[in-house]
Write a protein that binds this ligand. Structure first.
Ligand code: GLV
Ligand code: MN
Ligand code: MN
Length: 421
């Protein structure tokens, strides 16, 4: 670390208190959180984090897609070194996914404020709108607009699982801000996150040094069949949308197992119509989430899914429409940023492992516009998107201290002459 600050450490108790306080908003049984993007609970979470940003003296901006950035000035003007993540959750979320990266960023700021440390470049903490994509697709929506990949006007019209639009909800909760998008690119971006998988926990390693994020493909499939009586319609005369949906569920599972490697496949949402015990479904809507660290393999999985869908059309005489909800190629992080995280983690006496990320993250979008890095801490038994999500306090503290020292190096931190710790 830069001059006179190498012993600086975050306040682990204060970070835990903020994590616990934020988790009271949208709290659900079992210790988790339900703060779907742009819901009332998301608004309350945003208000609390903005209050903390204000108390820390950050200048807060809200952009037109609701991303919030709090900036601490540096000695020089110019783009900030940014820490960030998200505070929306899936409906059955834990308290660490996303929240850790944002609150650890605030903890870094408070640590520097207390110690009277200045930085050459400004430091910022950001939380991005709708990282989860559980209510409105695609995921990483806020960072996609922030970095100019998605046009604001289209995204504002996107309708979610309840039929309401992103634009309506942003206005309703008071987070349709006026900072422009695409935004000025940060000088660098660093995201601390829980691993959300079992690798670090199983191997007993402290810090995951993230080299890449795997590719993601989300498809919504709508099947139209013919409703009929469950007791009187011979099997050979059915156009059963429910059966076709079930066949897709089984197909993607078997395909992923056969492909092996990093291929995973999930049907996470399904609806039947009219959804009655004695009626052959005339309509089914389901989503397929395919992921792979290799773009070629992901394309091949997508092609196999489409071939299966085509075969089902003929076999069951149903109509099937597919719609892409999200598609991201695998993203590598800048090697010098990966090496920086590794060096700082080791300097803290922590064990490290290089790894890809299985989950999507705002960092993968920021990586297109500035050097970006991710720091992973272990998730106990790998649970995430589940109220059982848990990371030990000593790992949270370790990850936040790595974030502190990485940000200090990137932003050029030093104590002004005459200030002693
Ligand atoms: C976001 O959490 C995702 O990877 O689905
Ligand atoms: Mn996350
Ligand atoms: Mn998540």
């Amino acid at each position: 670390m830069t001059s006179g600050i190498s012993n600086l450490k975050i306040n682990a108790g204060r970070l835990q208190r903020r994590l616990a306080d934020l988790a009271t908003i949208g709290a659900i049984d079992g210790g988790g959180c339900a703060r779907l993007a742009l819901s009332d609970e998301d608004k309350a979470g945003r208000d609390l984090v903005c209050r903390w940003m204000g108390e820390l003296g950050l200048s807060i901006t809200v952009d037109a897609i609701g991303n919030v950035v709090g900036v601490r000035p540096g000695r020089q003007a110019g783009p900030p070194v940014m820490a960030g993540s998200h505070i929306d959750t899936v409906r059955t979320g834990g308290r660490f996914d996303g929240n850790l990266g944002v609150l650890a960023g605030l903890e870094v700021i408070e640590t520097l404020n207390e110690a009277g440390v200045e930085t050459e470049h400004p430091l910022a903490v950001a939380f991005f709108t709708n990282e989860e994509g559980a209510r409105f697709a695609p995921d990483m929506m806020g960072s996609l607009v922030f970095t100019g990949v998605l046009p604001l006007a289209d995204v504002l019209q996107t309708r979610g699982i309840d039929g309401s639009s992103v634009g309506e909800n942003l206005t309703r909760i008071g987070y349709a801000g006026n900072a422009p998008v695409p935004a000025q690119s940060p000088r660098a971006y660093v995201e601390l996150h829980i691993e959300q998988g079992p690798v670090l926990d199983h191997e007993g390693i402290d810090i995951g040094v993230v080299e890449s994020v795997q590719g993601i493909s989300w498809t919504e499939i709508e099947i139209a069949g013919v409703s009929n009586h469950a007791g009187t319609t011979p099997m050979s005369l059915r156009c059963d949308a429910g059966w076709a949906a079930g066949s897709i569920i089984a197909f993607v599972r078997e395909m992923a197992e056969e492909m092996g490697g990093s291929q995973v496949a999930t049907v996470g949402r399904i609806e039947f119509f009219p959804n009655l015990v004695n009626v052959v479904p005339n309509r089914a809507v389901l989503t397929v989430d395919l992921r792979n660290t290799r773009e070629e393999s992901l394309r091949s999985a997508e092609a196999r899914l489409l071939a299966h869908v085509a075969a089902l059309r003929d076999a069951e005489k149903v109509q099937i429409a597919t719609r892409c909800l999200a598609r991201f190629e695998p993203v590598p992080f800048a090697p010098e940023m990966t090496a920086l995280v590794e060096r700082h983690a080791r300097a803290h006496g922590l064990t490290t492992r290089r790894m890809p990320s299985g989950a999507g993250h705002d960092a993968q979008m920021l990586a297109a516009v500035c050097p970006a890095a991710m720091i992973f801490v272990p998730s106990v038994e790998g649970f995430s998107h589940n109220v059982r999500e848990f990371t030990h306090p000593h790992h949270i503290e370790a990850g936040a201290n790595v974030l502190l020292s990485v940000l200090c190096e990137l932003a050029g931190a030093a104590k002004p002459a005459g200030v002693h710790s």
